[in-house]
Design a protein around this ligand. Sequence first.
Ligand code: AP5
Length: 224
Amino acid sequence: MRLIFLGPPGVGKGTQAVKLSQKYGIPHISTGDALREAVAKETEIGLKAKSYMDRGALVPDEVVIGIIRERLDRDDCKDGFILDGFPRTVKQAEALDEILKAMGVELDAVLNVEAPDDVIIERLSGRRTCRSCGRVYHIIYMPPKKEGVCDVCGGELYQRDDDKPEAIARRLQVYKEQTAPLIEYYEGKGKLHRIDGSQDVDGVFRQITGLLEGEKADYEKEEG
Ligand code: AP5
């Protein structure tokens, strides 16, 4: 299964992508995670990306397209993948079309997760991320067992620099200007599905799996 998660920052794309990746056994590919790892390791890409990310702007297209091209070429993507945070501009979507064409595969679905701005701001303001394993928590909706400590690896939980109020406002604006046009792009290709992201985590997951199981059944019927 080849999926894209589309939607504003903080709507819950990463949370759902992790759960789907576990359910279907296909890799979860997050450009945000890949870039944060590059920043932490102070690689050339990381040093270039940091200033864009901290202020809530998009990293240049050619940098993220390069990351995705290299990642999709790995063996574990042969049976499918979940893209989270890519594409984010029409140029990235067009580059992805070419990459998939060269691989001889097609997208199954684009899941557009939606929620009002006040829900998003509350989710981002309360998000805490593990510095060691990257697991995501929320101080109210998904709190760790022990405050400030990751349940899985015992790592320190921190607040991302781009989860501070000025960066959140900028990210929402960037989303509306540069990423929202992708809704029309994928609607035109007949791939877009709208998901109500304002429900709780399990409610959103049920909508997504219900939809995907339907798609899978249709696909299997067509294949005979
Ligand atoms: P990235 O890391 O992709 O950030 P984002 O798209 O802004 O998405 P987030 O990770 O903030 O949110 P999410 O939707 O995954 O929500 P989450 O599940 O964590 O990108 C960061 C930066 O990298 C960008 O600003 C840009 O600079 C750069 N970048 C990345 N990709 C790029 C690209 N393709 N091109 C250019 N630049 C790029 O959930 C949020 C919180 O809510 C959590 O605390 C979670 O616990 C909680 N939560 C989740 N679901 C629910 C629910 N249903 N109910 C209650 N709480 C919930």
